[in-house]
Write a new protein. Structure first.
Length: 376
């Protein structure tokens, strides 16, 4: 009997990264892969389990989004001890911060690090100096033992042309979801049925750029006295929540915009399914699960033309792509789809076809397992 491949995952278990990891650990073949995890302390989160329902024990280290030299050094030192203790065959680091910690700690071992950025850190910088600093860190950590598993072709291009990775060390593994996890909250379904609304999923932050969406929605409501906007996901990490709430209040849109906390995936999918369309005003993305879910649910989208979004939507065929921060263009495209049922249905069907072709979890796991096998 062949020895199992022990994979040590390193991540901050939150948002899209959490969705990604839970899908991996809950569905990957346990006869081939043994899963270990290093993450932040799990508070108010459900257990991590394998495909057989067995609980996965997690090791905790602080993996904060922000740079903190003291905590980050402590995390690196603790991770070195954990790698020595668990003796993994391969390390899989999810997100930029985990990627930095994992690659530095791996200097002391002959272990390959599979690095999935889920959007490179320098994309989140709102100043030229921060962008320069974050990019320099990524360039320094192009180690010999690092393999990039990009979530999209756009992320692959960033890795090769901006960060400078050898193209032989960069592969695309597009995010995917399990069709079996697409579900509805029946009670919520009854509440939403027949309502005219659009929705977005994303914490109030620089990345999600909700200010643009609110400005665009303000234009939309001038010509539509029924449409509502649901903003879903103002939960664990929402640095601009107060700013967004104040903006909604100042524009007197309280009755037309509802800001919801981070809710269950079943409820999120129910909101997306019953929406007239899904919207995203993001400045950057890795490959957003909420858009993939909208595709699976045949809900058309209006998205900003940025990395991640443009890898999912074909402009004018499965949705609309608009320029970042062009409020008027976004408002016009939202209005077009709200007013044209036939076009909405056409875009929704095409979106679903693209989902079936490119984003099934079964295909994702086969490719991921192959990468683990190749890099032990």
């Amino acid at each position: 009997m062949k020895k199992k491949i022990k994979v040590l995952h390193i991540l901050n278990l939150v948002g899209g990264v959490e969705i990604c990891f839970r899908q991996i650990c809950e569905n990957i073949d346990t006869s081939i892969i043994e899963t270990c995890i290093v993450c932040q302390k799990l508070v108010n989160k459900s257990k991590l389990v394998t495909s057989k329902g067995e609980e996965i024990i997690s090791f905790s280290i602080p993996i904060a989004r922000e740079i903190n030299p003291i905590f980050d050094l402590f995390s690196i030192i603790k991770l070195i001890f954990l790698i020595n203790k668990t003796k993994p065959d391969v390390i899989h680091a999810h997100s930029a911060k985990a990627g930095v910690i994992a690659r530095i700690a791996s200097f002391f071992f002959k272990i390959k690090v599979l690095y999935t950025p889920h959007a490179f850190s320098y994309l989140s910088a709102n100043s030229k100096f921060k962008r320069f600093l974050f990019l320099i860190v990524e360039k320094i950590l192009r180690t010999k033992n690092t393999i990039v598993l990009a979530t999209s072709n756009s992320e692959k291009n960033q890795a090769i042309h901006t960060v400078g990775f050898d193209q032989k060390k960069v592969f695309v593994l597009q995010n995917a979801i399990n069709l079996k996890t697409i579900a509805e909250d029946k009670v919520l379904e009854k509440t939403l049925k027949g309502k005219t609304y659009i929705c977005t999923v994303g914490r109030p932050s620089f990345q999600k750029n909700l200010e643009m969406l609110i400005r665009a929605f303000e234009i939309v409501v001038q010509n539509n006295n029924r449409v509502h906007l649901f903003i879903i996901g103002a939960g664990e990490y929402s640095p601009r929540k107060d700013k967004i709430i104040n903006m909604v209040n100042n524009k007197k849109l309280n009755a037309r915009i509802t800001i919801l906390p981070w809710i269950s995936r079943k409820k999120v999918q129910t909101y997306i399914k019953n929406a007239k369309l899904y919207v995203s005003s993001s400045r950057y993305e890795g490959m957003p699960y909420s858009v993939i879910e909208s595709m699976a649910l045949s809900t058309p989208s209006v998205l900003t033309n940025t990395d991640g979004n443009r890898d999912l939507v074909i402009n004018k065929k499965s949705g609309f792509l608009v320029d970042i921060c062009d409020d008027v263009q976004m408002a016009n495209k939202i209005t077009t789809l709200l007013n044209d049922t036939k076009l909405r249905n056409k875009f929704g069907l095409q979106a679903n076809r693209l989902f079936m072709q490119n984003h099934l979890l079964s295909d994702y796991l086969k490719k991921l397992t192959t990468h683990y096998q190749k890099n032990i």
